[in-house]
Design a protein around this ligand. Structure first.
Ligand code: DSN
Length: 414
């Protein structure tokens, strides 16, 4: 069990909220592709006295005394990250994915430089140059699209845009693109135009670590990832890089952007990297992929429309416009039924990002819970039922009961 009993006497309101959230996680199906359930060991590492320590700097070069054991923890995390991903250099201090990406910008580009990334609407990420984000406010951001008809990236278009705009940084990363990224092709484009290639593998880190997705590490100048998605670690991030960029990136993380690292989180990252090095983790990632394929297949069999016609990673992005409903309407109805997914834009989006045309599903969390293909087929059926009648409270209540029964058969460890 989570160790929350001491909170009750000190702060009953927070204790009650944690208990309620625990029940929500236990009784519902988590289908947001960027979420997961950490192990007892990872959660225990995060809840340790390492949170008490300040340690600005890097191992053996700290600005505070008393860091012998913190150095040990950070060096183990770095070694494991470098080994798991085969990287020359690793920085495990970024507080999360956006700060990690910020550090890459700060270390490897100058304000005003041209940068290129996939448009958020088409499956990219805010920090890859979206207009409301620092990455477009402080850099000259160019966004490459996915094809609005097929939903797929067109590498010839990316090459043509890169030749026209000559970016300093070319970002290859995704948050809602359900297909593999061709990192070798991105590297050729970067080389053609003299750009640095930056891969953001936050979503697909587990697949890359286990050889189930093409590997950007040999070809990219830097690779960023969060640690709390498929990697099943605490909320944090890692930057991998070529040795030639190590100093610039380390200086950007500290003292450029951050103060003291969150050492309890670094310990959790070390533990999750240990777990991700096991044969069991590879089996888990294989099942994540099999489950995503089963989910896409199930949705197709119900006449629904996954963007690109399916998936070859852990994401299924459903275009809900053929059913004359909206992403927000369906995500709210699914939430009421105990299935958590998120409204999402689709390539060629015509609606507002607050109520877009799609809904995004992912299989990492449900797979951690033990769900396999049969459960995905069942989930596809529930999604289809709710999409046919999103306002029917009777259907929602019945599905909610069925969801709870299924979850009870696959209890979480806490
Ligand atoms: N918020 C994350 C996601 O859901 O994909 C990306 O940062």
């Amino acid at each position: 069990m989570q160790h929350i009993d001491p909170i009750a006497a000190v702060d009953p309101a927070i204790h009650a909220a944690i208990q309620a959230e625990t029940r929500r996680q236990q009784q519902g199906i988590e289908m947001i592709p960027s979420e997961n359930y950490v192990s007892e060991a990872v959660l225990a590492a995060v809840g340790t006295v390492l949170t008490n320590k300040y340690s600005e700097g890097y191992a053996h070069k700290r600005y505070y005394g008393g860091n012998t054991h913190i150095d040990t923890v950070e060096e183990i995390a770095i070694d494991r990250a470098r080994t798991l991903f085969g990287a020359e250099h690793a920085n495990v201090q970024p507080y999360s994915g956006s700060p990690a990406n910020q550090a890459v910008y700060m270390g490897l580009a100058k304000p005003g430089d041209v940068i290129m990334g996939m448009a958020l609407n088409d499956g990219g990420h805010l920090t890859h140059g979206h207009k409301v984000n620092f990455s477009a406010k402080y850099y000259d951001a160019v966004q490459y699209p996915a094809d609005p008809q097929t939903g797929l990236l067109d590498y010839d278009t990316i090459l043509a845009m890169a030749r026209e705009h000559k970016p300093r940084l070319l970002w290859a990363g995704l948050s809602a693109y359900p297909r593999q990224l061709d990192f070798n092709r991105f590297a050729e484009i970067a080389e053609d135009v003299g750009a640095l290639l930056i891969a953001d593998i936050a979503h697909i880190s587990g697949l890359v670590a286990t050889g189930l997705h093409p590997d950007p590490v040999p070809v990219a100048d830097a690779v960023t990832m969060t640690t709390h998605k498929m990697l099943r670690g605490p909320r944090g991030a890692i930057i991998l890089s070529k040795e030639e960029h190590a100093r610039a990136i380390d200086k950007a993380v500290f003292p450029g952007l951050q103060g003291g690292p969150h050492n309890n989180v670094t310990a959790g990252i070390a533990v999750c990297l240990q777990e991700a090095s096991s044969p069991a983790y590879r089996l888990y990632c294989e099942q994540v992929l099999a489950n995503a394929k089963a989910l896409a297949e199930g949705l197709l069999n119900h006449g629904l429309k996954p963007v690109t016609g399916g998936t070859d990673n852990h994401i299924v992005l459903l275009d809900v416009t053929p059913q004359s409903v909206t992403g927000k309407q369906i995500s709210e109805a699914l939430d009421a039924a105990g299935i958590t997914a998120n409204a999402n834009t689709v390539p060629g989006e015509t609606r507002s990002p607050f109520d877009p045309s799609g809904i995004r599903f992912g299989t990492p969390a449900a797979t951690t819970r033990g769900f396999c293909e049969d459960e995905m087929t069942q989930i596809a059926g529930w999604v289809a039922e709710i999409m046919a009648n999103p306002d029917d409270q009777q259907t929602i209540a019945r599905v909610r009961g069925e969801v709870q029964d299924l979850c009870a058969q696959y209890p979480l460890w806490y």
